[in-house]
Design a protein around this ligand. Structure first.
Ligand code: ADP
Ligand code: ZN
Length: 216
């Protein structure tokens, strides 16, 4: 199963992707994490990406696509994957479709997570994750079972993203509206778009997504 989760920052993409990984043995492909891993690998591509990132420039679409293409060819992606954070622009969506069709692959569903703008700041403001295993938490909506201990790996170290500060959140929401929201009609026209009400509780959103993926 090949899925895209689409929605503004804070919509709950990462949270639901972790749930989908567990339930369906899919691999969550967060392009931000992939870039960091590619750089750390020291490969030719990694060196190229490192230079671009360190210069402060955006990584070109062609490199992002190459990175995703290499990643989904690895055996752990045999069951499928969830793209979270990519594509962000219509040009990236087109490039992704082209790359997949060259491999004889097609996306199964593009799931839009829709949410009101005013709740996003609150969700982003309270989020943090386990520094060791990456499991996501929230000060109010998703606390660990035991205070200060990760449910999944028992670590006591947590971290918050540097770009989750109120000043940067506003700019990220604006960038989403401007660049990424136009992807909704792109996938709607292709009959691939499914929407879920991401204002609901984490459990209810999971159930809605389960109903979509159950159809196959
Ligand atoms: P995204 O990956 O779309 O940016 P996250 O999955 O990181 O969003 O969710 C942002 C924050 O909101 C996290 O702290 C998460 O625990 C919390 N959250 C996610 N989904 C919900 C929900 N349906 N209701 C309340 N809080 C949620
Ligand atoms: Zn952990």
């Amino acid at each position: 199963m090949k899925l895209i989760l689409l929605g503004p920052p804070g919509a709950g993409k990462g949270t639901q992707a972790q749930e989908l990984e567990r339930r369906h043995h899919l691999i969550q492909l967060s392009t931000g994490d992939m870039l960091r891993a590619t750089i750390a690998s020291g490969s030719e591509l990694g060196k190229e990406v490192k230079g671009i990132v360190e210069s402060g420039a955006l990584v070109p679409d062609e490199i992002m696509i190459r990175m995703i293409s290499e990643r989904i060819a690895q055996p752990d992606c045999n069951n499928g994957f969830i793209l979270d954070g990519f594509p962000r622009t219509t040009a990236q969506a087109e490039a992704l479709d082209k790359m997949l069709s060259e491999k004889g692959l097609k996306l199964d569903h593009v799931i839009e997570m829709s949410v009101d703008a005013d709740v996003l700041a609150h969700r982003i403001g309270g989020r943090y994750s386990c520094a060791k295993c990456g499991a996501g938490y929230h000060d109010e909506f998703q606390k660990p079972g035991v205070d200060g201990l990760c449910d999944h790996c028992g670590s006591q170290e947590f971290s918050r993203r540097a770009d989750d500060k109120p000043e940067t959140v506003k700019a990220r929401l604006e960038a989403y509206e401007k660049q990424t929201a136009p992807l909704l009609p792109y996938y709607r026209e292709r009959g691939q778009l499914r929407s879920v009400d991401a204002m609901a509780s984490i459990e209810d959103v999971t159930q809605e997504i389960e109903r979509i993926v159950a159809v196959g």
